[in-house]
Each structure stands twice: as structure tokens, then as C-alpha cells.
Design a protein around this ligand. Structure first.
Ligand code: PLP
Length: 482
């Protein structure tokens, strides 16, 4: 690494990125390219001779950006947000600059210690129980994604249960979650060797706004106990992916506890909102949880990837995931004086990700972070009001955070055509390139999702988005009536 070369080229790159942000609204939000488009534009093999940065930047502009879906566009309202910010970007840049690999404390003491401190800070902002802090038996760790988070806790819970009931009982272990739980849990079960028939996907419906009913959990557990199975893991969600449903943590946690089960709370998206006192209620009952996860890279201004996981008993994770090869042995680890995060995660290597979260927490401060979340929720509320005023549409589930689930009502109440109609409307809207929204299915109905959460989104973008949707709906309905 030549320092002067870095200075010169990195300035060019920062200029390129700053210009990108200046012009971000000029791109179609959802990339409009066809599969395989890039093969025709990029040579078949790597160059023999070095090329100039300028040539590469030109290629990025002409060939790569058309194939980018602009998650940072203020007109991005799909899935859930994946925030970037100057603070998060600077932290990411610093992490790339130092480029350490902090798998054990000794490989970069600051990386481990800052991660512990920053996750304690965030736990305190969320008012998580003290048991989750690194000062006790618990602690926080940054995983790449919520999927990795649920996998590592499932493995820890599995091994803890097997210790109790005997190694040969893997086939009897049962996992519980609602049908709204993210598919990451199913993947974790597949990797964790849970028998496919022992993954209980409990049905939800509109009567509970798609949250998991404690009664249905209790019934499922008691049915399994009577046939000799062993309930061991419950995953509840605060802010489900389809509709932001909130599972009742306290009641569910009590059931899990009385059955000796591990209780995991997935608050990947909505966890961020819980730094505001008025939204903290949605994680009431987290006191009963063994682990809690929220993605700072979703709605907390921290560039991807940064998924914060806390556990009450770090030894359970360590017992499942630790290895101690000769080539990694060192005095601090051997003396058990330090945290070695390699034993809290799947990979060995890990980046210095706490830098970006630290930057975000310090450069914004709690006050501004709360304002950020509240503003998005206000925007979503405004959008919900706009939808409610147009009688051709309906809001499908009550909005809790910054996601609005809605749909175009089929003319003449012809529900057979409702799904096709909304599917077509989604395509028509997204093919304009002006905005990007996504969909889900609830109770068999095809639903449109409008998720506010991109850092650059303002009132005018929400109003303009609604105009696009109304125009496309009018055109679609006019075509149908011909
Ligand atoms: N859990 C919930 C509630 C989510 O909404 C998502 C993604 O949107 C995930 C888990 C998976 O997140 P990740 O991509 O970090 O694995």
C-alpha cells in the first residue's frame, strides 16, 4: 500500500461516490437490465497489464451502475431499508483502511474491546436487561446478518439441550416459530440438523395481526411433549418481514421458560425503533429472552453489514463454536482473560465492524437517531393516510413502524382477480424506475409493501411515490374496464 497513491486514488473514489449520491435520483431505482447483461460488456478474462483508475470508473458509470438497484435512493421503498450514512461510510472506510482480522483478542485488542463496549452502549440505548451486557455472563457480538445470528444461537441452544437430554436425542428436538418468521430460521434448522418434521411453523392470521398466539404455542408444545418430543427453541419476531407483526414476548417467553427452552427474539428491522421510549414497549418481555438480535445495517444508519446479537450466557455460544488449534494459541486466550470473538460466530476471520457503529452512535447521538426513526415513522403514517383516502385501495394491516401494507381493491369485489391485479400493479409501478416497492402475501392475498427507511427520503418523495401508484392504478383499472 503506497500512502500517496492511496491519497490520490481514494480522493478520486470519494469524489465519484459523492457525485453518485448527488445524481442518485436520476437512475431507475430498480435496475432495468436483463439477466446476463454484463457478460456482453466485460471481457472474458482479467487484463494482463494494469489499467487506469479512470478507465475503471468510466466502466462503473457506463456498465455497472445500470445494473445496480439503488438501495440508497430516496425513492427506494422495497423490502426493508439498508441504510448508509456519512458516519457509517467513514467507519467502513476506516475499517477497510486498517484491514485487521480480529478473530482473537490478540489479533487486534481494540477491535474486540471496542465491539464489546459499543454493543454495551447499544444494549443500554435499547434498555435491554443487564444480563445482556458484557459486564456479566452475557455480551454482544456483531454478526454479518440476522441469519448468522439465529444460526449461532440455534446451535448453542441445540448443544445445551443435547447436553441435558443426551446426544442421541437430536431427532427429538423441536423448534417453534410463527409462519411469519423469516426463512433464516428454516435455514438455521437445516444447517443445525433439526429434523425437518420437527420445525413447527405455527399459523397466524389477521385476528392477531399476524402475531404468534401464546395459546397456539402452548398447545403445540403440549402435543409434542405427549409424543415424547423435546421442545428446545422458540423464535419470536418483533417486526416481521411481511407486515411488521410483533409477537407478544412476555407471554411467549414465559411459556419457553417453563419448558426449559431457548428463547430468541428477532428484531432485525424494528429493533432500531426501540431506542425511542414510545416504541420500547414492543420489546417488553425481552427480559425473558436468551438472545436478542437487531440489524444496525437495516434502519440504524450503519452501512451493511452489522447485525447486533446479544446473549445472556456467552458460554453457551462458546461451548458450541469454540476451537483451539495450536496455531492460534496465545497467552491472553489461554489465561481466559479475554473475549475471542472467533468462538461466537461461524467464520474465523472477522472485520473491524464496530468502528462504523461507533461512528454512527457518536456522530449522531441518541437525540438525532431518535429523530431519524421518528421522521420515517411519520412519513409512513402520512402515506398510510394517503392510501386510506383513496377508496380504490385498502390498508391491509395496522401500521406499527415505517411499513405500510396495502392493496388495490379488485373491482366488483372480484377477489379471484385481486392477486393478479396487484401483481400487475406492482410490475407497472416498478417498471417506471421512479420508485421501487415490494410485495408479500397475507392470508392468501397479494399485498404491496411500502417501507420508508432510506436516509434520503423526504415528504416530497413519499407524495411523489403515491402519485406514481395512483397513476398506475388508474391506468390499470381503465384498461380493465375497456
Ligand atoms: N429477520 C427479519 C425480521 C428480517 O426482516 C430479515 C430480513 O429482512 C432477516 C431476519 C434476515 O436478515 P439478514 O439479511 O440480516 O440475514
Amino acid at each position: 500500500m503506497d500512502a500517496e497513491q492511496l491519497r490520490e486514488n481514494a480522493h478520486k473514489m470519494v469524489d465519484f461516490i459523492a457525485d453518485y449520491y448527488k445524481s442518485i435520483e436520476n437512475f431507475p431505482v430498480l435496475s432495468q437490465v436483463q439477466p446476463g447483461y454484463l457478460h456482453n460488456l466485460i471481457p472474458d478474462s482479467a487484463p494482463h497489464h494494469p489499467e487506469s483508475l479512470q478507465n475503471i470508473l468510466d466502466d462503473i458509470q457506463e456498465k455497472i451502475l445500470p445494473g445496480v438497484t439503488h438501495w440508497q435512493s430516496p425513492n427506494y421503498f422495497a423490502y426493508y431499508p439498508s441504510n448508509s450514512s456519512v458516519a457509517g461510510f467513514l467507519g467502513e472506510m476506516l475499517s477497510a483502511g486498517l484491514n485487521i482480522v480480529g478473530f482473537s483478542w490478540i489479533t487486534s485488542p481494540a477491535a474486540t474491546e471496542l465491539e464489546m463496549i459499543v454493543l454495551d452502549w447499544l444494549a443500554k440505548l435499547l434498555k435491554l436487561p443487564e444480563d445482556f451486557l458484557s459486564t456479566g455472563q452475557g455480551g454482544g457480538v456483531i454478526q454479518g446478518t440476522a441469519s448468522e445470528a439465529v444460526l449461532v444461537v440455534l446451535l448453542a441452544a441445540r448443544d445445551k439441550a443435547l447436553k441435558r437430554v443426551g446426544k442421541n436425542s437430536l431427532e427429538k428436538l423441536v423448534v417453534y416459530a410463527s409462519d411469519q418468521t423469516h426463512s433464516a430460521l428454516q435455514k438455521a434448522c437445516q444447517i443445525g440438523g433439526i429434523h425437518p418434521q420437527n420445525f413447527r411453523v405455527l399459523k397466524t392470521d389477521s385476528s392477531t395481526n399476524y402475531s404468534l398466539s401464546p395459546d397456539s404455542l402452548a398447545e403445540a408444545i403440549s402435543r409434542d411433549l405427549t409424543i415424547g418430543l423435546i421442545p428446545f427453541f422458540l423464535c419470536a419476531t418483533v417486526g416481521t418481514t411481511s407486515s411488521t407483526a410483533v409477537d407478544p414476548l412476555l407471554a411467549l417467553g414465559n411459556i419457553a421458560k417453563s419448558n426449559g427452552m431457548w428463547f430468541h427474539v428477532d428484531a432485525a428491522y424494528a429493533g432500531s425503533a426501540c431506542i425511542c421510549p414510545e416504541y420500547r414497549q414492543y420489546i417488553d418481555g425481552v427480559e425473558e429472552a436468551d438472545s436478542f438480535n437487531m440489524n444496525a445495517h437495516k434502519w440504524f444508519l450503519t452501512n451493511f453489514d452489522c447485525s447486533a446479537l446479544w446473549v445472556k450466557d456467552r458460554n453457551t455460544l462458546i461451548q458450541s463454536l469454540s476451537t483451539n488449534p495450536e496455531f492460534l494459541k496465545n497467552k491472553a486466550s489461554q489465561a481466559n482473560m479475554v473475549v475471542d470473538y472467533k468462538d461466537w460466530q461461524i467464520p474465523l476471520g472477522r472485520r473491524f465492524r464496530s468502528l462504523k457503529l461507533w461512528m454512527v452512535l457518536r456522530l449522531y447521538g441518541l437525540e438525532n437517531l431518535q429523530g431519524y426513526i421518528r421522521n420515517h415513522i411519520q412519513l409512513a403514517k402520512h402515506f398510510e393516510g394517503l392510501v386510506a383516502q383513496d377508496l380504490r385501495f385498502e390498508v391491509v394491516t395496522p401500521r406499527i413502524f415505517s411499513l405500510v401494507c396495502f392493496r388495490l381493491l379488485p373491482p366488483h369485489n372480484d377477489e379471484d382477480h385481486g392477486n393478479k391485479l396487484n401483481h400487475k400493479l406492482l410490475d407497472d409501478i416498478n417498471s417506471t424506475g421512479k420508485i421501487f416497492i415490494s410485495h408479500t402475501v397475507l392470508s392468501g392475498k397479494y399485498i404491496l409493501r411500502f417501507a420508508v427507511g432510506a436516509p434520503l427520503t423526504e415528504w416530497r418523495h413519499v407524495n411523489a411515490a403515491w402519485e406514481v401508484m395512483q397513476d398506475k392504478a388508474s391506468a390499470l383499472l381503465a384498461r380493465l374496464s375497456i
